[in-house]
Design a protein around this ligand. Structure first.
Ligand code: ADE
Length: 266
């Protein structure tokens, strides 16, 4: 798959193909990441790419002619562009299903905005999709593009050491779209925080059942006993994960040296 990122900051993406797992996908020939700088192809003097909004108001808007020139520079004509994703907080929410869908494309263009975003005609006439990575406003699309490139790239052949990791991970169809079970590793006890006994028992069937019971529908914090209200009552009787050594989620959080219990809203 080739992913073309259009941005004012192409060098920000340099690290992506150098770091695993995208480096693996690149080495396997399944990912090519290209960047395009709007300033290289802008028809405006002095490398300008934006203008003030019609009707007034704060901020600057990236011009439609600048974006069209960037796409034409890359593909010859905007009609020959691949699927074009424009990033905006008012786009369709990016999720795992969309990651799977987009990772199936041979080529994808991602347009990063800055300032107040793009002239609406970019969305209407040049883009195939408008996508948001969450209900908050970033300073620009670059971090959103990195999140999407990462989520797509790790799905490509050769990216992960074990492709089974993809099948059983959070939001996968195998987990019914739920979040994955918690993970533990050595040591079995640390500062009195234990590991659920079943995981140390060697009973594969029991371990499987324990994991299945912990497939969740929300963020991991909602699975932490006593934290449903963001309070954490620390009641050990309500903590099914409490092992023989007595670890629990509340003490785990409270023991962090920089942890302020007042500010832990979950
Ligand atoms: N640009 C600014 N905020 C964004 C967001 N939440 N998602 C995608 N692009 C953005």
């Amino acid at each position: 798959m080739r992913i073309d990122v259009f941005t004012l900051f192409p060098e920000w993406f340099d690290w992506m193909e150098r770091s695993r797992p995208l480096r693996n996908a690149h080495a396997a020939g399944s990912l090519e990441l290209c960047t395009f700088d709007y300033r290289t192809t802008t028809p405006l003097r002095g490398g300008r790419v934006d203008d003030t909004p019609y009707g007034g108001g704060p901020g600057m808007v990236i011009r439609v002619d600048v974006v069209a020139a960037a796409l034409e520079g890359a593909y010859g004509a905007t009609s020959r562009a691949p699927r074009v994703v424009v990033l905006s907080p008012r786009g369709r929410p990016f999720d795992d299903a969309m990651a799977r869908e987009l990772a199936g494309e041979d080529q994808l263009a991602i347009l990063c905005g800055r300032y107040e975003g793009f002239d609406e005609r970019v969305h209407a006439h040049l883009a195939s999709d408008t996508v948001s990575i969450g209900p908050y406003v970033l300073s620009g699309g670059e971090i959103a593009a990195m999140a999407i490139v990462d989520a797509l790239g790790r799905r490509l052949p050769g990216a992960l050491g074990n492709d089974a990791s993809l099948e059983q991970e959070s939001f996968s169809p195998a987990l019914g779209g739920g979040t994955e079970h918690p993970h533990y590793t050595r040591p079995p006890e640390f500062r009195g925080w234990g590991v659920p006994e079943v995981l140390l028992s060697g009973h594969h069937g029991e371990v499987e059942r324990w994991r299945r019971d912990r497939v969740g529908s929300g963020p991991a914090v909602a699975l932490q006993p006593g934290r449903e209200e963001g309070q954490g009552d620390g009641d050990p009787d309500r903590d099914p994960d409490r092992g023989a050594l007595g670890g629990d989620a509340d003490r785990r959080a409270d023991a962090r040296p920089d942890h302020d219990p007042e500010s832990d809203a979950g």
